[in-house]
Design a protein around this ligand. Structure first.
Ligand SMILES: [Zn+2]
Length: 256
């Protein structure tokens, strides 16, 4: 069985000297592919470096919506340069976060729009963060898709059943993280059950969002297996079926 952790943040600043052991545990658990996602220029660059030297690791470049408020003047140019270099296979994470108040809504929208246009100009998939903002994210994605083709992932989905259905209708992919394993997350599991088999992805969002039974600890890609097991059960699939489908989906999206 092979698993693809479609969203993790494995930069040295977050894992330090543990990173080789984290990668080894992932591979031992069958997590043969990891998509490392940028939140700023610096961690996007280190993700690309990791991808260049580690088998099965690929990288995305972007600026997290919560970080768009007060950026150095060259921050966006560094992301564009890296994205255009051929060293990354995705753009993000980007999107809108109305739950936190870390960056003005106007700058979040501005940067989401820039990322969408960059992804389209480079024909790269875009990784979308939405928190209490799925409706507005879908609106901007719909506008982008009216301009031209776009492959997009709504990562760590926590929206409503209607929003998930709308996302599927738009042609988007939906990623589920550790939250779906929480006892209280029955309605999210019900949403995950209804996502078509060719649109669902599984992720850890490491180092955040540890799944049950590891809740509260630093997360790592090996733990994607717990989330996959929970999702397979919710969908009435075997773990093998679920692993095969989500790995194939992520490989198609990220061309990995
Ligand atoms: Zn993330």
């Amino acid at each position: 069985m092979e698993f693809f952790d479609s969203h993790c943040h494995l930069d040295p600043a977050r894992y330090g000297a543990d990173l080789p052991a984290v990668l080894a545990r992932a591979r031992a658990a069958g997590v043969t592919r990891m998509q490392v996602i940028g939140t700023r220029a610096a961690d996007s660059e280190s993700a690309a470096e990791l991808a260049a030297r580690e088998r099965g690791v690929t990288a995305a470049a972007g600026i997290h919506p919560n970080d768009t408020g007060d950026l150095p003047a060259d921050e966006w140019d560094r992301v564009v340069k890296l994205a255009s270099s051929g060293r990354v296979n995705g753009i993000g994470e980007t999107g809108l976060d109305w739950y936190r108040d870390f960056a003005p809504q106007e700058s979040q929208r501005d940067f989401f729009d820039r990322h969408l246009r960059l992804a389209q100009s480079l024909s790269l998939p875009v990784v979308v963060h939405s928190r209490d903002s799925t409706r507005d994210c879908l609106g901007m994605l719909r506008d982008a898709m009216a301009r031209g083709p776009l492959v997009a992932v709504l990562h760590s989905f926590t929206g409503t059943a209607e929003e998930a259905a709308e996302a599927v209708d738009l042609g988007l992919h939906i990623g589920f993280a550790g939250m779906v394993t929480f006892r209280s997350a029955g309605s999210l599991r019900e949403i995950a059950r209804r996502v078509p088999a060719d649109r669902i992805l599984v992720e850890t969002d490491s180092p955040f969002l540890s799944p049950e039974p590891l809740r509260g600890k630093r997360n790592e890609p090996a733990n994607v297996v717990h989330t996959a097991r929970c999702l397979a059960l919710a969908r009435g699939e075997t773990l093998e079926q679920f692993a095969a489908a989500t790995t194939a989906n992520a490989r198609r999206v990220f061309r990995g």
